[in-house]
Write a protein that binds this ligand. Structure first.
Ligand SMILES: NC(=O)c1ccc[n+]([C@@H]2O[C@H](COP(=O)([O-])OP(=O)(O)OC[C@H]3O[C@@H](n4cnc5c(N)ncnc54)[C@H](O)[C@@H]3O)[C@@H](O)[C@H]2O)c1
Length: 331
């Protein structure tokens, strides 16, 4: 049974903690936040957990096997490196690191020292995302041609990172998981409408070695919350709307086929419109499944579905998109 340290008890950390506490696989739990107010508030909810204001205390504790880091992005690298240097396995919230160089160093250190690294790409534990993976792997849509993904709402403007670093990790992690590949082309266009120098809307284009293409729209400026993905395959098409209470996924038997030309140069297109099917989707809490995966990997040494290496791939694409966007914003 693994003993766990949880560092960072702001907005997100308590959600991870709740699922670690509920999971019978964990032993002792130590919680840490440098903000005494936050620490005592969370400690009241989870009185069985030991507490500390110093992350160093968690690293020094020889009984702790693994550390969960849910702090701001710039502290992921220093905290994760210190935890690993103390021999602990690490779970790091998304994005895994603030740049590719740091992500590479974290992955290399873990791999050289036999430690588990996992990144908080929560969507890869969500039932509709797993269902889509199954549909794509079964080739029900044929070959994937292109994917569009919209993730916009009137969101909280971050002061240190662009909307790309905040929201696109979700879309990128899903795209790379579904397609089983990372992009060889990434380019972004956008604007900083509210805070100067902090882009709050971005349109990102991606190209993949298989020939699939994707467009991801992310924004903190929108009248309502949209979470919509369209996947167009060579045989069928799919719409995934995460805001729908039921029927989150719809598969459309629609497509266009080129008919054999009757005479030279006379191509004809045949448009196909068939059934629309909404598949049955399991129901479980993604965070529960995510924490279960981390504890299982800590116990067995297995590689998690959302390994640090996959987190590094997402960071690489985020960095490329952000650089291309910021280059266009210079004026
Ligand atoms: N997977 C998801 O869907 C999801 C959703 C929201 C946030 N997140 C991620 O979770 C992370 C945290 O986001 P948040 O919104 O909870 O931030 P937050 O600012 O609300 O909380 C961060 C907490 O970490 C504490 N902290 C920072 N440095 C520390 C240190 N060195 N030692 C001890 N405590 C420290 C802060 O005091 C604060 O309480 C980010 O990486 C964010 O991207 C993930």
């Amino acid at each position: 049974m693994a003993s766990i340290g949880v560092i960072g008890l702001g907005y997100w950390g308590p959600n991870l903690l709740r699922n670690i506490v509920a999971n019978r696989r964990s032993g002792k739990i130590v919680i840490c936040d440098k903000d005494p107010g936050r620490l005592s508030k969370v400690s009241e909810r989870f009185p069985a957990c030991e507490t500390t204001l110093e992350a160093e205390d968690v690293f020094k504790d020889p009984t702790i096997d693994a550390v969960i880091i849910a702090t701001s992005v710039s502290s992921h690298y220093p905290l994760a490196m210190k935890a690993m240097q103390a021999g602990k396995h690490v779970f790091v919230e998304k994005p895994f690191a603030e740049d590719t160089e740091k992500a590479e160093e974290m992955v290399k250190y873990a791999e050289d020292n036999g430690l588990v690294t996992m990144v908080g790409h929560t969507f890869l534990f969500s039932p509709p995302v797993l269902k889509i993976k199954e549909i794509l792997d079964n080739k029900e849509l044929g070959e994937v041609r292109f994917i569009t993904s919209t993730r916009v709402n009137l969101g909280l403007h971050q002061k240190d990172v662009s909307v790309i670093w905040d929201l696109a990790p979700h879309d990128f992690s899903m795209l790379f998981y579904w397609l089983d590949e990372e992009p060889d082309f990434v380019e972004a266009f956008g604007h900083d409408y509210v805070l100067n120098g902090i882009p709050d809307v971005a349109f990102i284009n991606l190209g993949f070695p298989s020939g699939a293409t994707a467009n991801v729209q992310v924004a903190w400026l929108a009248p309502s919350k949209l979470r919509k993905t369209v996947i167009v395959g060579s045989r069928k098409m799919l719409i995934y709307d995460d805001t729908e209470p039921y029927e989150k996924i719809k598969i459309f038997d629609k497509g266009v086929d080129i008919l054999e030309p009757k005479t030279f140069g006379e191509y004809q297109l045949s448009y196909r419109t068939g059934d629309i099917i909404s598949p049955q989707i399991d129901s479980f809490e993604p965070l529960h499944s995510e924490m279960e995966e981390f504890l299982r990997c800590v116990e067995t040494g297995a590689t998690p579905r959302t390994s640090g290496r996959s987190g590094m791939g997402v960071v690489k694409a985020l960095e490329t998109a952000d650089k291309s966007l910021c280059a266009k914003l210079e004026r």
